[in-house]
Design a protein around this ligand. Structure first.
Ligand code: CU
Length: 154
C-alpha cells in the first residue's frame, strides 16, 4: 500500500513537471517553421510546387511557375527536389537577389531576423516586413524561364 502511494505521488510529480514544461513550450519560437513548401522542376522551363504543409503559404500545386503567396512574419522551408542544378532564388525589385540557394549572395542572407539557411536540399527563411517590401518573383539561379510571382501578404 505504501509503495502504491509512493508510485502515485511520483507519477503525480512527473505529470506536474510535464505540464510545466509544455506550458513553457507555448512561448512562440521565432525559428519555428510555419510552412514547408516542396518544389520540383519541369525540365528547364518551370518550377512546380508539389506540396505545401503548414500555414502561411498558398499556391496552386503542380502548375508550372505558379504564383506563391506568403504571409509576412512567418518562417518558411522550401525543399527543392530539383536540386542544385536548379538553385532556388528569391529575387528583389530592381533585378536584385534577396536570397539564393547557390553561391550568389543575396542582400537579405545575412539579416538576422530573416535567419537564412541554405543547404543542398533547400532554403529556410523568415519573411520579415523589411524583406517583403523588396520581394519580387522566385527564380531558378540558372534558368530564367523558371520563375513565378511571389505575393507577400499581411
Ligand atoms: Cu533551373
Amino acid at each position: 500500500m505504501k509503495q502504491t502511494i509512493k508510485v502515485f505521488i511520483t507519477g503525480l510529480f512527473l505529470f506536474t513537471i510535464t505540464l510545466g514544461c509544455s506550458k513553457e513550450d507555448e512561448i512562440p519560437d521565432p525559428n519555428a517553421i510555419s510552412a514547408t513548401i516542396t518544389a520540383n522542376n519541369v525540365g528547364t522551363s518551370a518550377y512546380i510546387f508539389t506540396s505545401i504543409e503548414g500555414s502561411g503559404a498558398t499556391s496552386t500545386l503542380n502548375m508550372d511557375n505558379a504564383a506563391l503567396t506568403l504571409k509576412i512574419g512567418s518562417r518558411y522551408q522550401i525543399i527543392n527536389l530539383a536540386g542544385l542544378p536548379h538553385p532556388f532564388t528569391i529575387r528583389g525589385i530592381g533585378n536584385t537577389t534577396l536570397l539564393a540557394q547557390n553561391d550568389v549572395v543575396g542582400t537579405f542572407e545575412s539579416n538576422s531576423a530573416v535567419n537564412f539557411i541554405a543547404t543542398d536540399t533547400g532554403i529556410t527563411f523568415t519573411l520579415t516586413a523589411e524583406m517583403a517590401a523588396q520581394i519580387a518573383p522566385y527564380q531558378c539561379g540558372r534558368h530564367a524561364a523558371m520563375t513565378g510571382n511571389i505575393s507577400a501578404i499581411n
